[in-house]
Ligand binder design. Structure first.
Ligand code: ADP
Length: 497
């Protein structure tokens, strides 16, 4: 094939092996789509303690055993195992270093609720080990595609430690930002533990940021190109000081190299016609199964089933970003609209407490599951009538797109990827695919929900809306195409240099 690219894709979570949020879905679906497009893609991720080696048939790789990786004063012996993304031929390498990765949590210790104290060493080691691993594989990538702060030191390392290495002469680095609020920021004392010179903590260094070291900033400075996961978020992070999280200036300086590409949906995983995780399959042509899923969801949630009462689903990390303070502020008004709510999420303890209180206060109307449960997530998508995402900000958001395919009408705040995917029904009844509110307050949220509830009561219009939503196509191919065009443009410009 002409223009076949070797793409190394780096992520610290990849579904179904390890997932805390949307990144895992992207890191599985995009490599798959690139592979189907004819490119040679390999993925590297850490081997965490809860990745089942048997279930996914992880194999040892003889030449990738006991690779010495220096972090601080010590060489750490890293080995790699390999497997395929399920039902594909996309090769995934798992970097195995038990003292750092043999844990069931990835970034935050759920026992304490705070970040692991050795996160800087863990992910710096991962970045270094990635580069040594591919050298040992003799597999020279054209593109090294990094994601978020955990892999952001790769472009920095290439620029600073490997600039003379002919093995990487061709390599172009892409850094995708899935959420700018997570930056990998550590006190400058960390430099010593990483074995890096002290002066890198001083102003003017790519690694320094507001008196600390910052992995994401180093990556954003060093990468050849920066992408983020929706066009609107790409603009917001340059212009909105809150969303820019202290990096607006740098992002503006690099605006020629920054672009937003909307994530897609992996319809092999999120499709009510084939979904093995839901009790009854359904399609736009035959919606009977959706009713069964709603009944089943109500049974799971221990809420009374009534087809005339709209069920609103929520699936989310419980973080400030996601708008739970709004949900709490609007709850009484929402429940007065005679809706039921099923909420699935884990995260910050304050939201665990808040949601528990709400479900206890309204046992007939609110059910809360404070856990991570993929199967239940699919059932909520399939069995709810509406899906609520009142995010303060949302780089892309996947659940609104999953909801569309399951005929579950999204109610969203107009921000980031939500603004790029959902059109308000009342503003445009011919193209609308959800209900949108703009102002971040409880009144605006309530008004959007009440508009949705009003339409729900008009069964004919509601069914028509459901069918339109289910037919929309947000598949990965369009997004993968955009990435490939970007890769090729970069490759050509590098050749010319
Ligand atoms: P983010 O990446 O900010 O968490 P996204 O909407 O991009 O948000 O992606 C979230 C992904 O994580 C979706 O696939 C969603 O279904 C899943 N998810 C979030 N919380 C849970 C949970 N508690 N149980 C199961 N899946 C969850």
């Amino acid at each position: 094939m002409k223009n076949r690219l070797r793409v190394l894709y780096l992520s610290t979570e990849v579904a179904p092996f390890a997932k805390t949020g949307g990144l895992a879905d992207v890191a599985s679906a995009l490599p798959k789509a690139l592979f189907e497009d004819g490119h040679d893609v390999r993925v590297i991720m850490p081997k965490y303690g809860n990745i089942n080696e048997r279930r996914y048939t992880l194999r040892e790789v003889i030449r990738l055993k006991e690779i010495p990786i220096r972090v601080g004063k010590q060489d750490h012996m890293v080995s790699a195992k390999s497997a395929f993304l399920p039902d594909t031929k996309v090769q995934v390498y798992f970097l195995d270093y038990k003292p750092f990765f043999e844990r069931t949590d990835y970034y935050v210790d759920s026992a304490t609720g705070v970040d692991f104290p050795d996160n800087a060493e863990r992910f710096f080691l991962f970045c270094k080990a990635v580069l040594e691993t591919i050298k040992l594989l003799h597999w020279e990538p054209h593109i090294i595609h990094c994601n978020d702060w955990q892999t952001a030191m790769v472009p920095w390392l290439l620029k600073n430690n490997y600039q003379e290495d002919p093995f990487f002469a061709k390599a172009i680095t892409v850094l995708s930002v899935h959420n700018l609020a997570y930056q990998g920021s550590f006190p400058t004392e960390t430099l010593q533990r990483l074995g890096l010179p002290e002066e890198l903590g001083s102003a003017g260094s790519e690694l320094e940021c507001y008196g600390k070291i910052n992995f994401l900033k180093a990556g954003l400075s060093a990468a050849d190109i920066i992408t983020t996961v929706s066009p609107t978020y790409a603009i917001e992070i340059q212009n909105d000081p809150e969303l820019g999280c202290g990096l607006n200036g740098l992002l503006k300086d690099r605006k020629e190299d920054l672009c937003g590409i909307l994530n897609g949906v992996d319809y092999a995983v999120w499709n009510p016609e084939t979904d093995p995780l839901i009790p009854e399959k359904f399609s736009a042509a035959n919606l009977k199964g959706k009713i069964k899923n709603k009944e089943e969801l109500m049974t799971r949630a221990r809420l009374p089933y009534n087809p005339a009462v709209p069920v609103i689903g929520v699936i989310s990390r419980l973080a400030d970003q996601k708008g739970f303070d709004l949900i709490a502020a609007a709850m009484d008004d929402l429940l007065a609209l005679k809706v039921q709510m099923v909420i699935l999420g884990t995260g910050e303890p304050k939201y665990h407490k808040l949601l528990e209180k709400l479900s206890k206060a309204h046992p007939q109307q609110v059910a809360v599951f404070l856990t991570f449960d993929d199967q239940l997530a699919h059932l909520i998508e399939a069995g709810s009538d509406m899906f609520l995402m009142p995010s303060r900000y949302e780089p892309c958001g996947l659940n609104q797109m999953y909801s569309l395919r399951y005929g579950t009408i999204p109610i969203v705040r107009k921000t980031g990827g939500l603004a790029d995917t959902i059109i308000d029904y009342d503003a445009d009844a011919n193209h609308g695919n959800g209900f949108v509110f703009e102002k971040y307050d409880a009144k605006a949220l309530k008004s959007a929900v009440s508009r949705a509830v009003k339409l729900f009561k008009d069964d004919k219009s509601w069914q028509k809306l459901i069918k339109r939503c289910m037919k929309l196509d947000f598949s990965w191919h369009a997004a993968a195409d955009k990435y490939v065009k970007l890769y090729l443009k970069l490759e050509n410009s590098k050749k010319k240099k």
